[in-house]
Design a protein around this ligand. Structure first.
Ligand code: SF4
Ligand code: SF4
Ligand code: FES
Length: 237
């Protein structure tokens, strides 16, 4: 039996409270998402104290570690619910919403700030791109970013309303830096310098937390070289 201890609130204004549910399964692959789905399917959902409970509000889409929608804090660490096997989490599992974003209800957060940042940084190519052989690997790796926001949760320098984009903005820019030719990426490099390079403490906490396992360190090094070091060297000449 697993105890799922969930931090709940009906809406953004509601005071948060903990509520525990018991969940039992024989499936060794059952994930936190499996348990949440099953709890919500119960016609008479009750907590461990026997109190009637409302369905747990959370978000998911792919259930295959592809969309990033189910990011939440599980046992104190930001993770994807669909990629968090109960068998590996112990008998008591704490589940909280991501803490850097405003909570909508229960485990649902409003990640608008992250998507607004992508708009602010203009993370798109104005015209078609032809990827050169040398940059294919970086572009492919950076394209694996799920926009889940787990990296922002552990980043000491990111906060909603700040100028620093964190790696959720840094990787889409890294993708463009790898893809575009020198003549068309001036604005992208500028956006990276201002929105990512200038605010990043290079602690790499984001690298260790990324549920997609992206090679953040290498993408960051390559983007820093293109966006910042090259510019500094140019000014020195
Ligand atoms: S870099 Fe990793 S942790 Fe950050 S948003 Fe992308 S996939 Fe999620
Ligand atoms: S290296 Fe550190 S400061 Fe930079 S994005 Fe990652 S966690 Fe944030
Ligand atoms: S539901 Fe898509 S990553 Fe978990």
């Amino acid at each position: 039996m697993t105890e799922l201890r969930i931090l709940r609130r009906k809406n953004a204004e509601d005071k948060p409270y903990w509520q525990s549910f018991s969940y039992t399964t024989d499936d060794p692959n059952a994930a936190v998402s499996t348990a949440l789905t099953e709890l919500n399917a119960r016609t008479d959902l009750r907590d461990m104290g026997g109190e009637k409970a409302e369905p747990i509000q959370w978000e998911c889409s792919c259930l295959q570690k592809k969309c990033g929608a189910c990011a939440m804090v599980i046992n104190g660490r930001p993770r994807l619910a669909c990629d968090s096997k109960l068998a590996e989490l112990g008998e008591k599992v704490t589940i909280e919403p991501l803490r850097k974003f405003p909570v909508v209800a229960d485990l649902m957060v409003d990640r608008k700030a992250m998507f607004d940042t992508l708009q602010r940084l203009k993370v798109w190519a104005e015209e078609g791109v032809t990827i050169s052989e040398g940059s294919q690997d970086d572009a492919f790796e950076a394209a694996g970013c799920l926009q889940c926001g787990c990296c922002l949760e552990v980043c000491p320098n990111f906060y909603v309303g700040g100028k620093f984009a964190g790696m959720a903005g840094g990787l889409p820019l890294a993708r463009l830096i790898a893809q575009l030719d020198d003549s068309s990426k001036k604005e992208v490099l500028k956006a990276y310098r201002k929105g990512v390079y200038a605010g990043c403490g290079k602690s790499l906490a984001c690298r260790d937390i990324c549920p997609a396992g992206l090679d953040i360190e290498s993408l960051m090094v390559n983007s820093n070289r293109a966006a910042a070091w090259k510019t500094l060297l140019k000014f020195r000449k």
